[in-house]
Design a protein around this ligand. Structure first.
Ligand code: HEC
Length: 281
């Protein structure tokens, strides 16, 4: 019995540790102290606004976010939530952001394909009409949709932050494939491209996405200094919000449930004492 229990416990531990170890494998990610970490964490609205700008002005050229609609930006907890406009479709700022973007539609009179300004009800458009076009423009690699990427990669926002800032000079002895870029946080096996000591194959991999960020590439409206680090952090936070827009509510609800259970436990304890008070036990 005891042996069985221990075996089960070990199996459980292996399941918990397994994926994390496999993904983190070789190199420690850069850790940022995110405002949304921990049980009381909240998204930083200003950071989400900056992150949206980085996505829109840089990443959207190659990556779609098809699970997001413009109105989501104005929902409670979103980057452009305004308490005056409970219905985000009425939020003038969200309307203006949407109107900046062209989306495909059908002319209702002629049936022709047209482009028109987006409304809050529209989804974020994808930059390429299909996967073949996306691959053709990116050296054969398809830029993944970023809607839930922060949940789809181990390390989440830490991984995105690390990846975007992980384009370093390839170590001497590594032959980088033409059209590819060395990134020390991207998963890969570099042994075939390594001419140095086989025991010390460099960590990282070759990624088809070239480095995207540069100082002052995006001008932040709130005056924050626009460094590569800042841009990477902000867009990672934005992608985390996009992947789990209700995270703050989920945590607050969980906390409320814990407090409720605690109070319930105390009441239960005293009623137990009261019920059994005259019984010898
Ligand atoms: C010029 C086109 C282009 C732009 C602009 C671009 N990317 Fe990419 N991105 C790619 C391609 C292509 C891939 C697929 C790379 C591969 O699989 O080798 C990719 C992959 C990714 C991945 C997935 C990496 C993985 O683990 O599989 C993330 C995350 C990502 N990009 C984030 C971003 C962010 C954030 C921005 C904006 C700051 C951005 N990208 C801008 C082309 C682009």
């Amino acid at each position: 019995m005891l042996r069985k229990a221990i075996a089960l416990a070990v199996l459980g531990l292996a399941c918990v540790a397994g994926p994390a170890a496999a993904a983190g494998g070789h190199i420690e990610l850069r850790h940022e102290s995110w405002s949304f970490a921990g049980p009381f964490g909240k998204f930083d609205t200003a950071q989400l606004q900056r992150g949206y700008k980085v996505y829109r002005e840089v990443c959207a050229a190659c990556h779609g976010m098809k699970l997001l609609s413009f109105r989501n930006l104005g929902e409670r907890g979103g980057p452009f939530y305004d308490a005056e406009y409970k219905n985000p479709n009425d939020n003038p700022y969200v309307k203006a952001l949407a109107a900046d973007i062209q989306v495909g539609d059908i002319d209702s009179e002629t049936g022709d394909a047209i482009q028109r300004a987006a409304t809050p009800a529209d989804r974020f458009p994808s930059p390429f009409p299909n996967d073949a076009a996306a691959a053709a423009s990116n050296g054969g690699a398809i830029p993944p949709d970023l809607s839930v990427i922060a949940k789809a990669r181990a390390g989440g926002p830490d991984y995105i932050y690390s990846l975007l800032t992980g384009y370093v000079q390839p170590p001497a002895g590594l032959t980088v494939t033409p059209g590819m870029n060395y990134n020390k946080y991207f998963a890969g096996d570099l042994a075939p491209y390594w001419t140095g000591d086989p025991k010390h194959v460099p960590t990282g991999g070759f990624i088809a996405m070239p480095p995207q960020l540069a100082p002052d590439k995006v001008t932040f409206d709130d005056g924050t200094k626009s460094t590569i680090d800042q841009q990477a952090k902000d867009v990672a936070a934005f992608l985390m919000w996009a992947a789990e827009p209700k995270m703050v509510e989920r945590k607050q609800f969980g906390l409320g449930a814990m407090v409720y259970l605690l109070i319930f436990t105390v009441i239960l304890y005293f009623s137990y004492r009261r019920v059994w008070r005259n019984v010898a036990h």
